[in-house]
Design a binder for this molecule. Sequence first.
Ligand code: MG
Length: 416
Amino acid sequence: MPVNYAQLSDPNAHYTMRDLSAETMGVTADRGERSVEITDVQTTIVDGNYPWTLVRVYTDAGVAGTGESYWGVGEPEIIDRLTPFLVGENPLDIDRLYEHLVQKMSGEGSISGKVVSAISGIETALHDVAGKLLDVPAYQLLGGKYRDEVRVYCDCHAGDESEPASNAREAERVVSELDYDALKFDLDVPSGHEKDRANRHMRGPEIEHKAEIVREVCETVGDRADVAFDCHWSYSASSAKRLLREVEDLDVWWIEDPIPPENHDVQREVTHSSTTPVAVGENVYRTHGNRQLIEEQATDILAPDLPKVGGMRETQKIAHMADLYYTPIAMHNVASPIGTMASAQVAATIPNALAVEFHSYQLGWWEALVEEDNLIEGGRLTVPERPGLGLTLDMDAVAEHMVDGEELFDEASEAA
Ligand SMILES: [Mg+2]
């Protein structure tokens, strides 16, 4: 028999004073038609270009909402573990329920990592539920719009990623044929000049090879597109500084994650060393995890990943904090249409949104997961006026693309 994670004991129930459940807090007032209760939370993993964790929150009002937790192992178990803390709660109390889950999981690790990503998916599903119950789009729950459509940047992969001309050809294709005006390419690609990658040091010819990729791509697209380049936490501080300086005269949108993400002091120094814009943020969690980056201006552009960082309200909080320092937000995103739309809904509500990433342009069925069509057109994602996230999962498509051994959502729970 598999372990039933919903039945794990709750040690926190015995020793924390800060239980934020409705019962403990005395949040029991009759809300008329809005006296709705959560009945169940379920997950299904879809085998996209990442193993996407879709999350469904069911209620006794016959309304279910969909969210997405950052891809990978462990999220379904954590969400099963969290479900008893949600059943019986009113799904409209999104903020308190988020804090309730963070508090309940404090011992198991709710500062960062998988627990925060699990909560992110639930929190997003709660916005979908709440929007449907109140008949408003999710962006309206978050304070309304700065923009109707959100700029989308396309994460690109050339045939031969080490070949500058190959990257430039793909850039041209994505701009002229797919109609994007914002792109990103990987820059942590082999140059043929490496001696030992473990030490993170880049030799001169490696730096020149990367600068050549940047130069060819940027000169090919010219002012038709903005282009970012991702280093995936690969290099030493001195190598990162040399790379940033090498491309200073090129029109780079940003260089992403040139150094590992753990040492904040080094990040600040690297960012401050050059006028080339630096973007970081996809590997930090919650508002607290982003605070120093923002306050010390240790990044020029912040790149939170909504299904990972804490969900919709947490991403909005981070963006508002960043706006105090005039720092733009480029939302990292490798999600299915659910996490992508959640990101777009938040991006619509913040003044400092630069763009939302799209990471599935080579996956033919990305959009088939939902019933709606043409989500991204002309490099823009129009935020829908439908309730909640404005998307409906296509359950046949979910069933078709589930990972082996996964079970489809039990929609009978919706009426429970
Ligand atoms: Mg990245």
